[in-house]
Design a protein around this ligand. Structure first.
Ligand code: ABU
Length: 366
């Protein structure tokens, strides 16, 4: 029996990966956690339902572009099994009129070593998304005797999990920034809630973004679950919609990180990198002024790249400035046409979840 699951960071040579699917994707109905994320002027506000079929087909076409690039380079690609996401769901604690999608996998699955853990998302519409990955988890479980198949404690997501009236349509960008600076987010601390895309894995260190999708109780939970790792809470005061670390602070190889220039890591949190001779470089400007239509994410998906090994990176094809910068930083750049998959939940890193990268758990911050 083979070893199938192993990954400790985002840069070791990638050998096996999950790529999401857009099938049956929904714009979910508003709920306490999601309304906070959708900008006031977004064309998506107040709208919900199945995403138009033509956009789903085009999104899937983009994901196939990525699959082809990966397979041509010998990477094994696994795909989830989409559900009918338009079904209403319920638990003893809440009801929701629909689910969302199985894009992007990065929000749901966290791979640390030989363990893949399904996350504890704060969006009710994402409560059952893990089911799309369960056939793959069972396959890995059958084929890899060391694979640890784990589900983080499921949050109850009762009304007590959210600050009510936190969101107000009149809130200005400046007021949002004050909230981010004060680490005042829409979730409460009654239970751990976290998206896997808020966790940046760097061997023995986990850097976890505190923001709209991950709370402080989650940090505490991580430190107790992984006592042998160092868990660092990080936050980026310049981000009015702080969600997911992978369009903000992105490692390319040991010693090198690109940081969103609008979302700088605060001085005191930079110390650990500087003390260990890591270079933090400001990411290049995005090539677009606006995200594509019906997209939750920002233009900074420009830096949401997929590192294949410490010298090779896949960057979105239209993001010419980011490609140019990666090239200057000594990376071989592979462009991939993926922009029309952005509305389904993210860019190249978001659209994937690690299964196997060659390498071991190292201490980069001794
Ligand atoms: N899922 C990453 C989104 C980050 C951003 O909107 O900038």
């Amino acid at each position: 029996m083979a070893k199938i699951v192993n990954s400790w960071n985002d840069w070791d040579p990638l050998k096996r990966v999950i790529v999401g699917r857009c099938d049956n994707s929904m714009i979910p109905p508003e709920e306490p956690a999601t309304s906070e994320k959708v900008p006031v002027d977004s064309e998506m506000r107040g709208m919900w339902g199945l995403r138009p079929l033509a956009t789903v087909e085009r999104g899937n076409e983009c994901l196939e572009n990525l699959v082809k690039i990966l397979e041509d380079r010998g990477v094994v690609v696994d795909r989830p099994t989409p559900l009918q996401w338009n079904q209403a769901i319920g638990t003893p604690d809440f009801r929701n009129d629909s689910m969302m999608t199985c894009m992007p996998p990065r929000d749901i699955l966290l791979t640390i070593g030989n363990e893949i853990m399904a996350s504890a998302n704060s969006f009710r519409c994402r409560y059952f998304e893990y089911l799309a990955y369960w056939p793959l988890m069972k396959q890995y479980f059958d084929e890899d005797p060391e694979f640890k198949w784990t589900q983080a404690p499921r949050p109850r997501l009762t009304d007590a999990s959210y600050k009510h009236n936190y969101y107000d349509e009149k809130i200005t960008l400046e007021e949002r920034l004050v909230r981010t600076a004060n680490k005042d987010f829409v979730t409460t601390e009654v239970e751990p809630m976290w998206d896997a895309a808020d966790v940046m894995r760097m061997g023995k260190d986990l850097f976890i973004q505190h923001g709209l999708t991950t709370n402080r109780t989650a940090m505490d939970w991580f430190q107790r679950y992984y006592p042998e790792y160092r868990v660092h809470a990080v936050n980026f005061p310049g981000d009015p919609y702080p969600i997911h670390i992978d369009a903000t602070f992105v490692p390319l190889r040991p010693g090198l990180i690109i940081n969103n220039p609008h979302r700088k890591l605060p001085e005191e949190q930079r110390a650990i990198f500087e003390a260990n001779d890591w270079q933090i470089v400001e990411a290049a400007q995005p090539a677009h002024d606006e995200p594509p239509a019906l997209c939750y994410s920002s233009v900074w998906l420009s830096m949401n790249c997929l590192v294949l090994d410490p010298k090779t990176v896949i960057v979105e094809a239209s993001e010419v400035y980011q490609q140019e910068q990666m090239d200057k930083l000594g990376m071989n750049v592979i462009p991939c046409d993926l922009r029309d998959a952005y509305p389904f939940g993210g860019g190249l890193h978001c659209s994937t979840a690690d299964v196997y990268r060659e390498g071991e758990c190292l201490d980069y911050f001794p």
